[in-house]
Every structure is written in C-alpha cells, then in structure tokens.
Design a protein around this ligand. Structure first.
Ligand SMILES: *Cc1c(COP(=O)(O)O)cnc(C)c1O
Length: 431
C-alpha cells in the first residue's frame, strides 16, 4: 500500500494502544497486513486517513443498519447533546426507549439499559443465577457473548466436559461453571441436561450465530432449547446483541417464533453509540435491583445521547418496506457473490440470514464452529485484501458476518460483486 498517513498513524497507535487497537479484531490478525484507519463515514461509504473511499460492510460490527450518519439519528444526537449529556437521574428518553424495545420484543416486559453488549450478557447471567439459585451456564462453541469471564470458554474434550477458559485471567472455578455444546447439536444439549439439568441456571445462545461467521439455527434447534429449559427449570437467554432488529424487527425470536426468558440487546439499539440492554419476563426482571436482590447498576446507563440516537434509529426501522428492501438488496449481494465464486471455480458456501451473511471458503455446509473452522482462511485473507484494494471493506476475518445496511444501493451491490469477481479471479491465478 502506498499510504503515508496510515503508516504514520499506525506507528503511533502501536506505541500507545495495546496492539495498536482498542478491540482485537481491528488489528487484522485474521487476514494479515496493516489495518486501515478511518476518519469519516456517510451512507454506505467510509473514508480512510489517506482519503481513500470504501464501500463498508463492517457496519461498525452491526450497529449501523442505517449506514453512516443517518440524518434523523444525527439530528437526535445533536439535540440530546445540547440538552445535556447525562443527568444521573431518569430522563423520559429512557422510558421511551424501554417502551420501544417492548414494542419490538413483546417478551421484554421489563427492560434495563446498560452500556455495552458485554454488560448486558454479564448481567443476564447473574440474573439467571440469582433467579434460579443455580450456578452453571450452558453456551455453544463458537458463540460470542462479550468478554465476561463465564463466556470465554469453548468446548473441552467431550460433551459434558467442564469448560476450560480461552483467556488467561479467568478463574478456573468460573470456567468450570460453564458447560459447552456444539451449535445446532440438540442431542448434545439433551445429554448435558440429563446429567447436569438441576444445576443449570441458563442456556445462552446467539439464536443466529454471527461470531463464527453466519450460521443459522437448524429447524428444531431453538425449539428444542426452549423445551429443555422449560422442562429443567433453566432460563433460556437469547443473546440478540447482533440479531436484534437485524434478522427481523423483533430479532431471531420473532423470525423463528421461539420466545426466550431473557433477551440481551446491543449494537443497533444504540444506532452507533455505546449501549446495551437486557429484558424479559416481569417476574424474572423484578429480581434486579432496586426491585430485587440481584445487583446491577451503571453511572451512564440509559444516557440521553445513546437513548436519543437509538430511538431515532429504531423509529426508522418501523418505516413500511424497510426490511423488505434490506432483504432484497442482501439477497442480491448473496446471489452475486455465490455466482462469482461458482463462475470462477472457487469452492464457497454462503450463509445468510436477512442482512447478515458470510462467504465461507469451503466446499461443505457450515452448521457449527467445527465446520466453520474447516474453511480456507488463507483464501479468505487473499479475497479480503483483493476487495480492499478495490475499495470494498469486509470485516477482516473469515469468522465474522458482513452487514448490509439500508444505505447500500443496488449500484453499491453491483460494484461489490464486480470487485469480488476481480478478487476471486486473482485467487485463482495465484492458486
Ligand atoms: C458484539 C456482541 C456482544 C458484545 O457486545 P459489546 O457491545 O461488544 O460488548 C455480545 N454478544 C453478541 C452476540 C455480539 O455480537
């Protein structure tokens, strides 16, 4: 790359920021090469420190369903900033937000706002433990629920093996309380419940997995989790931080018709500002302080900037035809990418649920973390850089979803498909 400003900024970043970034995936570890620093976004586009323009499919990792700088969200943010950035007292915006969440997610009878998706999932797990009086949590291999201690665990050596942490610094006892099953493997979950059912406080799942790349739940999987949780008195927690307002207005629970006991939200709900939320049935949520004995608090929780931007964003989603158009544009991109791979003889699988999708470089279906990991990540890296050179910025990892926003035009999609043909052609030439 012939960039000047980018190299200079990166050198400074690597001096003062850990690994040059504030969140690991931004470091391009999954694709190699130098990350590109961004200074501006508008609509479907963003611009780097050297003035180069990209069609953006990172979408800030999910929040930007309207694209960058939506006029209404911007106006709401500016108005909120002028009125006061934080009061340390309840503002009407928080009440409107909770009502708004409930209108999208009827299962969220009561809502608590927090400041990130991580905070939402940590709080939901504490609540599940407090409500049930049990300690164990079941999660799925390849599902990401933020960086809370109980979630940094993948599968051990066998089905009902107790968890071992992926991260240093997690107490062994915390990791051991986490049970892990493969995604889409209902029999494995049944086996774990048969053995540990009376110890499990909750099952937490990305109802559409996005953090191993996009993987849809197979028919019966979410329904089976619902049945097992109910039968064993465990809470079912849908982590809809990514899927909420994304795969349907009311998230995966609306799309697949399965209602969890607790829902965690983030990303789109803040319209690009730092925010998260959790909600659920009244008698469960009322266990949270100050109504109940499960403590959870936050200095900036429900802050007016995030509430106003989030509300303006969510209102846009209610516009007639919003999701239909997003679906049509996303389907067009998916078809174009698959056809390009087929024409150029590159084995690939495209998993898509609504406006989130992943092109996996593998010849076999991807239905869980093990099959996702059999993808050719070197090929993905070459594809990624081929697109980047052509002005298209994918998320820099094979194991991430790309996001289409309402700001992506059909022309953007056609330009992206043309760029993908070029990048796939390069792949073939280099073997
Ligand atoms: C992004 C994400 C989180 C973490 O949210 P942060 O705001 O990054 O803390 C949790 N769960 C899922 C499913 C996510 O995609």
């Amino acid at each position: 790359m012939t960039s000047n400003a980018n190299a200079a900024w990166l050198a400074r970043a690597r001096e003062v920021l850990v690994g040059g970034v504030n969140s690991p995936v931004r470091a391009f570890g999954g694709v190699g090469g130098d990350p590109i620093l961004m200074v501006r976004g508008r609509g479907s586009r963003m611009w780097d420190v050297d003035g180069r323009e990209y069609i953006d499919y990172i979408g800030s990792w999910g929040p930007l369903i309207l694209g960058h700088g939506d006029p209404e969200a911007r106006a709401a943010l500016i108005a909120a900033a002028e009125a006061g950035t934080s009061f340390g007292a309840t503002s009407p915006l928080e009440i409107e937000m909770a009502e708004m969440v409930r209108s999208f997610f009827p299962g969220c009878e009561r809502v608590r706002m927090v400041n990130s998706g991580t905070e939402a999932t940590m709080s939901a797990i504490r609540l599940a433990r407090g409500f049930t009086g049990r300690d164990r949590v079941l999660k799925f291999e390849g599902c990401y629920h933020g960086h809370g201690d109980p979630f940094l665990v993948k599968a051990g050596s066998g089905l009902a093996t107790l968890g071992i942490s992926d991260s240093r610094g997690v107490p062994a006892a915390t990791a051991a309380a986490t049970l892990v099953a493969p995604f889409n493997a209902l029999e494995a979950v049944e086996t774990i419940f048969a053995r540990h059912g009376s110890e499990i406080a909750g099952v937490i799942v990305e109802p559409v997995a996005g953090n191993m790349g996009t993987v849809a739940p197979e028919p019966g999987f979410l329904e089976g989790l619902r049945r097992l949780c109910t039968a064993h008195g465990a809470l079912l927690i849908f982590d809809e931080v990514m899927t909420g307002f994304r795969v349907a207005p009311g998230g995966a629970q609306e799309r697949f018709g399965v209602t969890p006991d607790l829902t965690t939200l983030g990303k789109i709900i803040g319209g690009g500002l730092p925010v998260g939320a959790y909600g659920g049935r009244r008698e469960i949520m009322d266990q949270v302080s100050p109504s109940g004995p499960v403590y959870q608090a936050g200095t900036l929780s429900g802050n007016p900037l995030a509430m106003a931007t989030g509300l303006a964003t969510l209102r846009r989603l209610r516009e007639p035809g919003f999701y239909e158009r997003l679906e049509a544009v996303s389907a067009r991109l998916a078809r174009g990418l698959l056809r390009a791979a087929a024409d150029l003889g590159v084995p690939a699988v495209l998993n898509r649920v609504g406006s989130m999708m992943t092109l996996f470089f593998t010849g076999e279906p991807v239905r869980d973390f093990a099959s996702a990991k059999r993808s050719d990540t070197a090929r993905f890296a070459a594809f990624f850089h081929g697109l980047l050179r052509r002005g298209v910025h994918l998320p820099p990892s094979q194991f991430e979803a790309l996001f289409v926003s309402a700001a992506h035009s059909e022309a953007d999609i056609e330009a992206t498909i043309a760029a993908a043909r070029g990048a796939l052609g390069d792949l073939r030439q280099s073997g």
